[in-house]
Design a protein around this ligand. Structure first.
Ligand code: HEM
Length: 477
């Protein structure tokens, strides 16, 4: 086994040359591919997010047409084509109000195929916000490839969280909180928090029922669960006591500026440690068993992908039973291909190893990009009932219902069983425990204590799986 601590002598004047000379193990364990996928998906999120920013308007105020005419919400009643786009019954579209402001001035194709949507309590027409119209109408229907970009962003978020959880789970499995990996561990923990915060703030941006509920539930958790600072923290997130337009602007600023900057910084730090590959280990593989684990896993994932649509009713591509095999299959295929083409990755030869590693990662990224694009084209992203726009001047806010993403089901289930303050106290204690592990579990600690810590981490992992499965059964996937 190579000694990775023996890097080349470092002079401050040659950091770039040093970067390429550094001893880097070339490795291609399955876990190592997931580390690379975190980088890949972050790039996808950055690119697709930036493209949507050309159209996105972070405003909860009712929107108007460019000439100042207010827009109303209409529901399609008969299949029709308008401005080259086909609309199906039940879909929602913004239409101009007439001069009275209460009725719609329907364009000819919609005249007998749509009706104005009114709030059930007030009977007044619903005015969609600028944010909702910019995403659900402009990006999804009026922009070329807009629906694809939005779907890539939304499905990419799911796969990014999955890759990160698998990556961090693998770090935990290897006990990677100990030296010399403690920096990878701590930055990985920070990455999970930042990515979850990104997913949460992102889900608020379309400003629909789901986004509004996510803003309420997410911002009220610190209020209910953290003494003293919880309330001011919640109000800072919302921009006041209530969830309103201020909350949307703050979430948008956090999602599109603050969190991406923080993520880039943490990723640079995390990746430069991970690049040394100390965690995944320079194990190479046994050439006599080239198809072992990856082949079995790939076959299992392929089988699940084929049978899941038949056994699930209704078929939900956002289910973890579909998304996880969809992610694992191309990763296993990449590992098998790389091993067939490039053999074992065992060399520890600085820049050679880096380029070999990069090549192996690129194969994986290409296959995963294929899976992501197929998913985005075959199942364009939709928020279902939760996609109904929010009009802050009306009463339809009461109809809001939150259906958590699969990776939040565990915490959701905890909230079902105990009060928000107990659930938050538990969550914060787990975070504190995980972040203090590098300090508590030093090489000098007694072997007995180290074993106990390891078992506690495994127990937490099992608890997460158990709660997630339970939550999954409760909400029906
Ligand atoms: C780790 C990084 C990111 C994650 C996990 C993430 C996640 C999300 C999620 C879950 C949504 C809601 C999707 C939906 O249901 O419609 C969203 C929306 C959005 N995100 Fe991101 N995002 C990330 C980075 C970015 C970046 C870097 C930008 C731009 C600079 C961006 C811009 C947007 C915009 C404009 C929306 C609203 C459109 C929509 O709802 O699809 N995101 N994001």
């Amino acid at each position: 086994m190579a000694d990775f601590s023996q890097s080349q002598p470092q002079t401050q004047s040659q950091p770039i040359r040093q970067f390429f000379r550094e001893l880097v193990p070339a490795t291609d364990t399955l876990l190592w591919y997931f580390g690379g996928l975190v980088l890949f998906f972050f790039g996808v999120m950055l690119l697709s997010g930036l493209l949507m920013l050309f159209h996105y308007q972070p405003s909860a105020a009712p929107t108007t047409a460019p000439d100042g005419t207010p827009l109303l919400l209409a529901r399609i009643t008969d299949t029709t084509t308008w401005l080259g786009v086909e609309y199906l019954p039940g879909q929602l579209v913004p239409v101009r109000a007439d001069s009275s402001g209460g009725n719609a001035d329907f364009p000819t194709p919609l005249r007998s195929a749509a009706e104005v949507v009114c709030d059930s309590a007030t009977g007044r027409p619903v005015h969609p916000s600028a944010a909702w119209v910019s995403i659900e109408h402009v990006v999804m229907r009026q922009t070329e490839f807009g629906s694809l970009v939005r779907s890539v962003h939304a499905w990419g978020a799911q796969l990014l969280v999955a890759s990160l959880l698998i990556w961090f789970g693998g770090l935990a499995w290897q006990g990677a909180w100990r030296k010399p990996n403690s920096a990878v561990w701590s930055s990985g923990l920070l990455l999970i928090l930042l990515v979850l915060a990104s997913a949460w703030t992102g889900s608020v941006l379309p400003w629909d029922r789901l986004g509004y509920a996510a803003a309420w539930v997410g911002s009220s958790l610190p209020e209910q669960g953290i003494p003293v600072v919880g309330e001011p923290l919640a109000q800072a997130m919302r921009g006041g006591k209530e969830v309103g337009g201020g909350a949307l602007t703050r979430m948008a600023a956090a999602h599109t500026a603050l969190l991406p900057i923080a993520l880039v910084l943490v990723l640079i730090f995390h990746a430069s440690w991970w690049r040394r590959g100390v965690v995944s280990g320079n194990r190479g593989y046994d050439p006599s068993k080239p198809f072992s684990a990856a082949a079995v896993l790939a076959a299992g994932c392929g089988l699940l992908l084929v049978i899941y649509p038949f056994i699930a009713s209704p078929f939900n591509p956002a289910s973890p039973f579909f998304l996880l095999p969809l992610l694992l299959l191309p990763v296993c295929a990449a590992q098998l291909l790389n091993r067939l083409a490039g053999g074992a990755a065992v060399s520890v030869t600085s820049s050679q190893a880096s380029s070999d590693g990069l090549y192996r990662q690129l194969v994986c990224w290409l296959l995963v990009a294929g899976a992501l694009l197929t998913l985005a084209i075959a199942a364009p992203w939709t928020r279902g009932e939760g996609g109904f726009p929010i009009d802050l001047t009306q009463s339809q806010l009461a109809a809001t219902q939150l259906r958590p993403e699969w990776y939040l089901l565990g915490f959701y289930q905890l909230l079902e069983w105990c009060s928000a303050s107990v659930a938050m106290a538990f969550l914060l204690s787990v975070l504190l425990f995980l972040s203090l592990l590098p300090l508590a579990d030093r090489p000098a600690s007694a072997a007995k204590g180290r074993g106990a810590i390891r078992w506690m981490v495994y127990a937490l992992f099992l608890l997460f799986l158990f709660l997630t499965l339970w939550g999954y059964m409760e909400v029906g996937g």
